[in-house]
Design a protein around this ligand. Structure first.
Ligand code: IMP
Ligand code: MG
Length: 177
């Protein structure tokens, strides 16, 4: 275990309070990046005391199960335009940054008033490209993590805590048997 449910809840409360303070008086349009954001987003928006609307984007990146290829595919588009809105983009993790770069470039073309990025986890040691991350829950080492929305081959998203996969090779071997 890397982060307990209590560690996460405490940090989410702090992030919510910070965002509420920073955006005071401004309506916020929260956009969650599926599927990884689903648990973080539901907890975070309950800690944000602002006029807030919600939408989702779904993306999936090709590549091996524990390494991002940077080739991103949209699996679910926004349900409404974002022109003129203050967007809070909510991600589970920024690893290489390639997914975030794709998301920001994509959203920028739709002319929002602003885009602010909030990620639960950040692995700066693996970052390949410069992307803005305004709010970070936890900076973590370059390890593959699961739980609290994050998956390994679509599993473990339901864990209430965040754990490190210590032996991904064994997990892969298990599955291929
Ligand atoms: P990036 O494009 O390398 O920044 O990776 C972004 C996406 O890869 C995230 O939204 C996750 O879906 C996935 N990802 C990266 N690192 C991890 C991890 O440690 N555990 C689970 N998913 C991860
Ligand atoms: Mg993801």
């Amino acid at each position: 275990m890397l982060l307990s449910a209590e560690d996460i809840a405490e940090r989410v409360r702090e992030l919510g309070a910070q965002i509420t303070h920073d955006f005071a008086g401004q309506p916020l349009h929260a956009i969650g990046v599926l599927k990884g954001c689903f648990m973080f987003m539901t907890d975070l928006v309950r800690e944000i005391d602002l006029d807030c609307s919600i939408d989702f984007l779904g993306v999936s990146s090709y590549g091996s199960r524990t390494e991002s290829s940077g080739v991103v595919r949209t699996t679910h588009d926004l349900s409404a335009p974002i022109a003129g809105k203050h967007v809070l983009l909510i991600e589970d993790i920024v690893d290489t940054g390639l997914t975030m770069k794709y998301l920001i470039d994509n959203l920028q073309t739709r002319r929002p008033a602003s885009i602010t990025v909030c990620t639960l986890l950040h692995k700066p040691s693996n970052q390949k490209i410069e992307v803005p991350v305004h709010y970070v829950g936890f900076t973590i080492p370059n390890k593959f993590v699961i739980g609290y929305g994050l998956d390994y081959a679509e599993r473990f998203r339901n864990l209430p805590y965040i754990g490190v996969v210590t032996n991904a090779a064994a997990l892969i071997a298990d599955e291929e048997e």
